[in-house]
Design a protein around this ligand. Structure first.
Ligand code: UN1
Length: 517
């Protein structure tokens, strides 16, 4: 392992020195049995080696699962309000270290510091939300149809939860899943995305500092095939929660079927902003810019399509293109930068591929369109994976750039002539995560709210910006019917037990010994 100083720019002071990170299994930091590691480098500066991480395999995963399985017996019996105490502590630790953690996350994942601070904040919010649930976890009590009989339903934990998490929200999404799993009484084995393992290591460090009992939260780093797949097959894992691509989600679904694992999938999106002729166009441009280029477009919720009413189309396109061209792209720890790099070379190549596809299909690039490779007085772009914020105009709804998830700084603007047309275009994709409308007409807002078949909907705001106390997830190829975060997220990590207590002292037969009225 080389010892390149972890200091890609003067603004990056205070970052961790490069080192080898271990797996977190049964409360200990341990090396993989493979004795192999992989490198984690800064996507803005490939010369910056953040660290090396364990290239684990099935034996490490099974050790983690065994530890989690063993820890489950006492964790499930720990009263939920006591379990919550650990989560409150983790929330406090993350709050204390928010800036420090966020800086490492920008270095690891690329998005600008304000956004990684938001990512840590989302994890803090989730820790406190889940901790609060420790004193609720409400079930129902309900009358029995029989005399002297009591009926109720309670949430039961499932066992070991296997979490497979993405690189775009490298601490928020592990927290969405992990906090909900833990408060319900499950134990956790998490496989973080190989592009952002440090974020989850930092979360594990917070759990360690909080004194979480050994084996309750475990982290195993490594590839999908070597670490993810064995988790899907292991009979000691009861529930899998995955965020990632629709293709991988489908494979996971198939792999989980033989053992009937509970499964939560959060997959692709092709989210739309609809701008009506009565909209505040400047507000819509602000929203579109943030929705499309926040996180360099690498959000499941990114506004990758914009349908604009013909009456305001030219004005909107001109303003959006003008603003997109002005966005300052660079290293996310530079406070003057608006948009960071793509997370990897593969991601930037995908963006370039789609720009070409869009041009070949006849769409017009009105801003951006190219990877950034040169050097200026702020950054040497050849060291990272940068792409210009790109706006396609004159896109037709059936073009591939308007149908397929690109997961990069590219948005496709289409012209529509009515609300009905906007809704038809909006719903005319395989995904159904998020959508939004800009209008001053309450009737249009409510119609779209009702008719857009997406799991999340915004009025006069872009497609991104979900808060943790509401359910997060989507319809169609975006999800498999579950939601995470909110109270709905508890459903992924618990199942219902209905309990009847007969205190009549005699046999009472349901449906039979009831009085005829
Ligand atoms: C994601 O893109 O996978 O609503 C998660 C948002 C964020 C979460 C995004 N709070 O955009």
């Amino acid at each position: 392992m080389s010892s390149i100083a972890a200091k890609p720019s003067s603004s990056a002071e205070g970052l961790r020195p490069s080192r080898e990170y271990k797996n977190f299994i049964n409360g200990e930091w341990v090396a993989s049995r493979t004795k192999k590691t992989f490198e984690n480098r800064n996507p803005a500066d490939r010369d910056d080696l953040i660290g090396t991480f364990q290239e684990s395999d099935e034996s490490d995963v099974s050790a983690a699962i065994d530890a989690a399985h063993k820890a489950y017996e006492s964790w499930r019996l720990t009263p939920a309000p006591r379990r919550a105490e650990y989560l409150y502590r983790v929330g406090d630790i993350l709050k204390r270290d928010k800036e420090k953690i966020a800086r490492e996350m920008t270095r690891e994942m690329g998005k600008v510091l304000d956004e990684t601070k938001g990512d840590v904040q989302e994890a803090i919010d989730m820790a406190f939300l889940a901790a609060g649930e420790g004193r609720r976890l409400y079930g129902q009590t309900t009358p029995s149809e029989l005399h002297n009989k009591f009926a109720m339903s309670v949430r039961m934990p499932l066992g070991v939860a296997g979490l497979i998490t993405p690189w775009n929200f490298p601490i928020a999404i592990p927290a969405w899943k992990g906090m909900a799993a833990l408060i319900c009484g499950n134990t956790v084995v998490i496989k973080p995305a190989s592009l952002t393992p440090l974020s989850v290591v930092m979360l594990a460090e917070a759990f360690e500092e909080a004194g979480l009992p050994k084996g309750v939260f475990n982290v195993v780093t490594g590839g999908g095939r070597e670490v993810g797949e064995p988790m899907l097959k292991n009979p000691k894992v009861s529930v899998i929660s995955f965020t990632g691509s629709t293709q991988v989600g489908r494979d996971i679904s198939i792999a989980c079927a033989p053992t009937f694992k509970h499964l939560h999938l959060e997959m692709g999106g092709k989210n739309i902003i609809m701008v009506m002729d009565d909209a505040d166009v400047d507000l819509a441009v602000d929203g579109a810019l943030w929705g499309a280029f926040g996180t360099a477009g690498q959000r499941c919720t990114a506004a990758s399509r914009i349908a604009v009413h013909a009456k305001v189309y030219d004005q909107f396109v001109e303003k959006l293109a003008g603003r997109a061209k002005k966005l300052r792209v660079g290293y996310g720890l530079d406070p003057n930068v608006d948009m960071g790099p793509n997370v990897s070379e593969g991601q930037v190549k995908t963006v370039e591929k789609y720009v070409k596809i869009g041009l070949d299909e006849g769409a017009k690039v009105v801003a951006g369109g190219k990877a950034i490779t040169g050097k200026n007085d702020t950054w040497d772009y050849s060291k990272g994976f940068f792409h210009e914020p790109t706006v396609f105009a004159d896109v037709k709804p059936d073009m591939r750039v308007a149908q397929e998830e690109i997961f990069g700084p590219v948005t496709a603007v289409m012209k529509i002539n009515s609300l009905e047309e906007a809704i038809a275009v909006g719903n005319g994709v395989q995904y159904g995560l998020s959508s939004s409308i800009y209008t001053r007409d309450v009737n249009k807002a409510f119609t779209a709210m009702r008719d857009m078949y997406t799991g999340i909907f915004y009025v006069n705001a872009p497609t991104i910006g979900a808060e943790v106390h509401l359910p997060f997830g989507g319809t169609k190829a975006t999800g498999n019917g579950h939601r995470e975060a909110g109270v709905a997220g508890l459903d992924v990590f618990s199942e219902w037990k209905s309990i009847y207590v007969d205190y009549s002292g005699s046999l009472q037969r349901a449906q039979i010994d009831t009085e005829e009225i």
